[in-house]
Design a protein around this ligand. Structure first.
Ligand code: GLU
Length: 503
């Protein structure tokens, strides 16, 4: 098999996720093992949520890890463009072809109408699902509405009954009832394709032979298989890898574990150790050894050795493995080089040095006040917060949790934007800015007597900044599920109250 082509198809809508790197690693190994090619395709059809910044971060972090692709938006290739937003002219014709052939149909239901339909279904105790109402329209009626330019989408037809059988490399036959599968929208009202249409069309046009992806996509497989049948195309072989999990077995989530690759980079993990650890997620070397390089993994790779029990992404284990790499693989010279490349270099330090310069008298003052900038999690205590702030513990928790949510929603990590959000939140909570900033200072720098907390957050980057706020919340006793619900309500009210005032 030398024509093997695998791909990773991330959507650039947030931080580069460790799950993306994990899937990329297995796709790369599979392609290399068969002398095939590994493709990177950016799935940015959701233009409201996709950002160029996030795409860049994904490319940078995969490169940092040493996961090289043969074709992609940055390196080109014979099957480009490799960014779906640049392929927008391609998808409509495929959706219309399916309509013409009777496999898809125009749907004119308005969002309000669909909402009501779902409410009624739920009131009857049914799972909400599109009920096929536009299928009843006559050909003439459809033409009339199209001519009137009535807003519409294109949906695929799906069998009402029976069982769909999906064949998966690791899982064998998977059976899913057609009754559970919705008449998926293929082309949205704004003319954009959905993930399902664009993904299938591109995998076909890019001649992908093996779709190796996370198990969260299994439920999409019936729709995809049906689309391949409708088009009369050969379907790639499917392989759904097990989801990464938190140590408590729940799905890996940033609430419990940092999930952004940039966080691990910032914390000073070595890319080799990260890859090594990701390689151990559901997979092992034939001799079961824990420490191995990408090269070792490539030479021993066999996808059938993937075990389906949910692999646990445990940062303690990763930390231990990283220590092995540092001690066993680096001599003093290389160690010095790594430190330098990581943070102890002019380029990294330059943006923050002027701020430090203002606060020192002798050079040896620098390291103590700058140490929080090159540290991981800080050694905080509840006492410290209470000493440095006038607010009570429950107030502090609320404030930090709200700040965290605001900063998690921030799409561009820039000083002015961060400051605006914090100021707005302080106004909405009717807390003086100074009082709002004090606990934030402690969370980020360990003390409020430090350089500007905004500059510090910009320097630390979004991932480590958010992780420190999360850590501060834990130090203050954490927020239970019940409390989170209550806070979520208050938080939603905030936005509304502010809108009310503006109006
Ligand atoms: N764009 C999807 C994602 O964000 C791709 C899923 C797939 O591999 O089919 O993961």
């Amino acid at each position: 098999m030398s024509n093997v082509r695998t791909r990773i198809a991330p959507s650039p809508t947030g931080d580069p996720h460790v799950g993306t790197a994990y899937i990329a690693l297995f796709n790369l190994c599979f392609a290399r093992q068969h002398g095939g090619r590994f493709v990177l395709r950016i799935e940015d059809t959701d233009q409201a949520r996709s950002t160029a910044e996030s795409e860049q971060a994904i490319l940078d972090s995969l490169k940092w890890l040493g996961l090289d692709w043969d074709e992609g938006p940055d390196v080109g290739g014979d099957f480009g463009p490799y960014r779906q937003s640049e392929r927008m002219g391609i998808y409509r014709q495929y959706a219309e072809q399916l309509v013409k052939e009777g496999h898809a149909f125009y749907c004119f239901a308005t969002p309000a109408e669909l909402d009501q339909m779902r409410q009624e279904q739920m009131a009857r105790g049914e799972t909400p699902k599109y009920d096929g109402r536009s299928l009843a329209l006559s050909y003439d009626e459809v033409q009339r509405r199209l001519e009137n330019m009535e807003p519409h989408v294109i949906r695929m037809k799906v069998p009402h009954q029976g069982v769909c059988e999906i064949s998966d490399m690791l899982r064998g036959n998977i059976q899913i009832d057609w009754a559970q599968v919705d008449m998926q929208i293929l082309l949205k009202a704004d003319g954009m394709p959905t993930y399902h249409l664009a993904n299938v069309v591109d995998d076909h046009l890019m001649e992908i032979t093996h779709v190796i992806r996370g198990e969260e996509w299994i439920n999409s497989a019936p729709k995809h298989q049906l689309l391949y049948q409708y088009f009369g195309w050969e379907m790639p072989t499917l392989c759904h890898l097990p989801l990464l999990r938190n140590p408590d077995k729940s799905k890996l989530s940033k609430r419990k574990n940092p999930t952004s690759i940039l966080y691990y980079q910032r914390m000073g993990y070595l890319p080799e150790a990260m890859l090594n650890y990701l390689g151990r997620m559901g997979w092992s070397m034939p001799d079961e050894r824990e420490k191995f390089s990408l090269y070792d993994m490539l030479s021993e790779f066999d996808i059938n050795r993937v075990s389906l029990g949910g692999p646990i992404f445990d940062t303690e284990k990763l930390r231990w493995l990283n220590g092995c790499w540092i001690r066993e693989e680096l001599d003093a010279d290389l160690f010095a080089q790594r430190l330098q490349n990581w943070a102890y270099n002019r380029e990294t330090l330059m943006p923050i040095l002027p701020h430090l310069q203002q606060r020192v008298e002798i050079l040896s003052d620098v390291a103590p006040i700058a140490s929080f900038l090159v540290s991981g999690m800080l050694d905080l205590s509840e006492d410290r917060f209470l000493r440095e702030s006038k607010l009570e513990k429950s107030e502090l928790l609320k404030l930090l949790q709200f700040a965290l949510w605001r900063l998690e929603a921030l799409r561009h990590w820039q000083r002015e934007l961060i400051f605006e959000e914090i100021k707005l939140l302080a106004t909405q909570l009717e807390v003086k800015l100074k009082d709002f900033l004090a606990p934030l200072f402690v969370a980020i720098a360990g003390t409020s007597a430090s350089i500007s907390v905004m500059d510090s957050m910009v320097f630390l980057g979004p991932d480590l900044s958010r992780a420190r706020i999360r850590h501060a919340i834990e130090v203050l006793g954490g927020v239970s599920k019940k409390q989170t619900k209550k806070l979520e309500k208050d938080y939603a009210q905030l936005g509304k109250a502010a809108q009310g005032k503006d109006a």
